[in-house]
Design a protein around this ligand. Structure first.
Ligand SMILES: Nc1ncnc2c1ncn2[C@@H]1O[C@H](COP(=O)(O)OP(=O)(O)OP(=O)(O)O)[C@@H](O)[C@H]1O
Ligand SMILES: [Mg+2]
Length: 402
C-alpha cells in the first residue's frame, strides 16, 4: 500500500495555490498586483507595512470573514485627505488567478452594497447593514461561499493564536470548527444556523415568551443541528488523532486532541437519535437558566482540549514555545490530512509563525513546508531567518509594494 507521505508527494506534483493576486482599496493597499509562484513566499518588512493585510486578503478567497474575523466595512481603505480628514473607499475587492491541481480558475470577491431601491427602509444606518461580500468563480456569481472550498483552501496561523490554549474556550472552538469546515463544507452552514437559532431562542426567553410549542420547535431544530455539529467535530478529532499516532512528526511534539462537551461525549455511547432527544429535552429544562443570564449547556460550550503526548501535559500548562509547537503540529497534521482527503493542497498563511520557535524548530518547520511542495505565504519582520528557504522561496519586501 502507498504510504501517506508518498501519496502527498504525488498529489502536490500538481500545483494548487494563487498565481496572481490583485487588491483594490483593501486596507492600506489602493492597488496591489502580485505575481507569484506556487512555492513558499516570504514577505518581510517593518511593522505596519501591510504584511498581514496580504494574508488577510488571501484568506478572503475562502469562505467566512477572513483571518482577522473583521467587519467587512473595516477593510475598506481609509486614507487621509487633509491633516484632519479621513476618507474611506466605497468598497474593496480581491481578485486572484488560482490553480487547483494545475487547472486554472479565477476568483473574485468584493464588498457590495445592495441598491437603495431594493430596500424597504432607505435610512442610511439601515443601508449599511446591507453591505455584504459577493463572490465570483470563473466570472459566475455564486450564492454559497462554501463553493469556494472546491477551488481553494487555506489554513492559517496568526499571532493571536499564540494565546489559543490560554483563556476561554470560544477561540479554540472556532479554531476547531474551521478545521472541520475543510473536510465538511456543510459544517459552516450548520454552525451559523445553530448560532442563529440559539440567539432567537435566547431572545424569546429573555422577553418572557412562554409559547411552549414555538420554543419546542426551536429546541428540536437546535438539537438536530447540535448533534450534527458534535458528530462532525468528533470525526475531525478522530481523524487528526489517528494521523498523528500513525505518522508522528520527528521534530514537532505529538498532540492528543480531546473534545470536552456534553453532547460530543454522549455520542461515545449513544446513537445520534437518542442524543438528539436528550439535547432537546435538556434545552427545555434549561429555559429558566437563560432567564437568569446563564448560557445553555450544549455544543455552544464545547471546549477543544489539546495535550502534549510525550509529557501528557495539557497545552495550557506548556511553555510559550511548546504551545506554538503544538499549534504547528496540529496545522501540519491538518494540512496533510486535507491533501489526502481532498486531493489538492491548501495554501498556508503563516503570519509571524517563527515567533517563539527555537532555531531548530524554525528551520524544521521551513524544511517541512519546502518538502510539502505547496504554496505557503510566510510573513516576518526579519527576512534573515529564512536561510533554509534560500533559492527555493520567493522573497518579497513590502517596500516593493509602495
Ligand atoms: N481599513 C484600512 N485602511 C487603511 N489602512 C489600514 C486599514 N486597516 C488597517 N490599516 C493599516 O494597514 C497597515 C498595515 O497593517 P498590517 O497589519 O498588514 O501590518 P504588518 O506589516 O503586518 O505589521 P506588523 O509587523 O506590526 O504585524 C497598518 O498601518 C494599519 O493601520
Ligand atoms: Mg502583521
Amino acid at each position: 500500500m502507498q504510504q501517506p507521505n508518498e501519496k502527498i508527494q504525488q498529489i502536490t506534483q500538481l500545483k494548487s495555490g494563487v498565481e496572481r493576486l490583485t487588491l483594490t482599496d483593501f486596507r492600506n493597499y489602493k492597488n496591489l498586483r502580485l505575481e507569484v509562484p506556487i512555492s513558499p513566499i516570504v514577505i518581510s518588512g517593518a511593522n505596519g507595512t501591510g504584511k498581514t493585510n496580504i494574508l488577510e486578503a488571501l484568506s478572503f478567497l475562502t469562505p467566512g470573514r477572513g483571518l482577522r474575523s473583521a467587519r467587512l466595512a473595516d477593510i475598506k481603505r481609509i486614507h487621509s485627505v487633509s491633516d484632519t480628514n479621513l476618507l474611506s473607499a466605497d468598497t474593496w475587492s480581491v481578485a486572484a488567478d488560482v490553480l487547483k491541481n494545475d487547472e486554472p480558475h479565477t476568483i473574485g470577491t468584493a464588498l457590495s452594497k445592495i441598491n437603495r431601491e431594493n430596500i424597504d427602509d432607505t435610512k442610511e444606518d439601515e443601508l449599511r447593514v446591507y453591505e455584504r461580500r459577493i463572490v465570483k468563480i470563473d466570472g459566475q456569481k455564486i450564492t454559497q461561499q462554501s463553493e469556494l472550498g472546491k477551488y481553494i483552501s487555506a489554513i492559517w496561523i496568526t499571532p493571536q493564536m499564540d494565546r489559543l490554549f490560554l483563556g476561554g474556550p470560544q477561540p479554540r472552538r472556532s479554531f476547531l470548527d474551521r478545521l472541520v469546515y475543510a473536510f465538511d463544507l456543510e459544517h459552516a452552514k450548520r454552525t451559523a444556523n445553530f448560532e442563529h437559532l440559539y440567539r432567537q431562542w435566547y431572545q424569546l426567553l429573555k422577553s418572557g415568551c412562554n409559547d411552549h410549542h414555538w420554543l419546542q420547535t426551536i429546541e428540536s431544530d437546535m438539537a438536530a443541528l447540535g448533534v450534527a455539529i458534535a458528530a462532525a467535530r468528533r470525526e475531525l478529532v478522530a481523524r487528526l488523532n489517528t494521523f498523528i499516532t500513525q505518522e508522528p512528526d520527528d521534530v514537532f511534539p505529538s498532540v492528543r486532541l480531546e473534545l470536552a462537551g456534553t453532547i460530543e461525549k454522549m455520542l461515545n455511547n449513544a446513537p445520534a437519535i437518542k442524543v438528539e432527544d436528550f439535547y432537546a429535552s435538556n434545552l427545555q429544562k434549561q429555559r429558566r437558566n437563560i432567564v437568569y443570564n446563564d448560557s445553555a449547556d450544549g455544543v455552544n460550550r464545547t471546549d477543544f482540549k489539546v495535550y502534549m503526548q510525550q509529557k501528557n501535559m495539557p497545552a495550557e500548562l506548556c511553555s510559550t514555545g511548546e504551545q506554538k509547537a503544538l499549534l504547528v503540529s496540529i496545522i501540519l497534521a491538518q494540512t496533510k490530512c486535507q491533501i489526502l482527503d481532498k486531493g489538492f493542497a491548501p495554501v498556508l498563511l503563516l503570519d509571524e509563525v517563527t515567533t517563539h520557535l527555537d532555531d531548530n524548530k524554525r528551520d524544521a518547520l521551513l524544511s517541512k513546508i519546502k518538502d510539502l511542495q505547496l504554496q505557503a505565504w510566510i510573513t516576518s519582520t526579519d527576512a534573515t531567518q529564512f536561510a533554509v528557504l534560500h533559492n527555493f522561496a520567493q522573497f518579497l519586501e513590502t517596500t516593493q509594494f509602495a
